[in-house]
Design a protein around this ligand. Structure first.
Ligand code: HEC
Length: 124
């Protein structure tokens, strides 16, 4: 009987420990993953579009893959930044992008674009 109690106790402790370790790992990962320092178009913003949008909105893609909208070079991104940001962050009134994806892209990527846009979308 004592052995059974001991085993149950051990079981409870191991479950508690594994979940708490898992949660800590999650928090650490979330804190580490979004680096919002030194945000420039070439260094951080263009790579966000490259990762998430250029398969359909790159210069080499012809319509209708991206509806003719290009998001590769600075002038194109600058000219379309309001709707590009609205689409990628799934704001009401914008067509949610990427097309066919149920959720949004990585929240850190969205944050990087927002910070750059709010800084006036500079060519840097
Ligand atoms: C799988 C292909 C695909 C991907 C990936 C994709 N798009 Fe699109 N996008 C389209 C197509 C097709 C259209 C035109 C048809 C439409 O508007 O529904 C479009 C249209 C748009 C429009 C214009 C919507 C409007 O009518 O105002 C914006 C803005 C846009 N995309 C932004 C993005 C951004 C930003 C990303 C990356 C986060 C992205 N798209 C990724 C296919 C894609």
């Amino acid at each position: 009987m004592k052995l059974l109690l001991y085993l149950i106790l051990l079981f409870i402790i191991s479950i508690t420990c594994s979940t708490c370790l898992y949660n800590k790992e999650d928090i650490l990962y979330a804190e580490k993953s979004c680096d919002t320092t030194n945000i420039t178009f070439s260094g951080k913003v263009a790579p966000v579009f490259a990762r998430n949008c250029l398969v359909c909105h790159g210069n080499a893609v012809s319509p209708p893959d991206g509806g003719g909208l290009r998001l590769q070079d600075y002038p194109d991104v600058k000219a379309n930044i309001i709707r590009a940001y609205g689409s990628m962050s799934h704001q009401p009134g914008f067509v949610p992008m990427p097309l066919g994806m149920s959720g949004t892209i990585d929240s850190c990527d969205i944050k990087i674009v927002r910070i750059w846009m709010n800084a006036g979308a500079p060519d840097n």
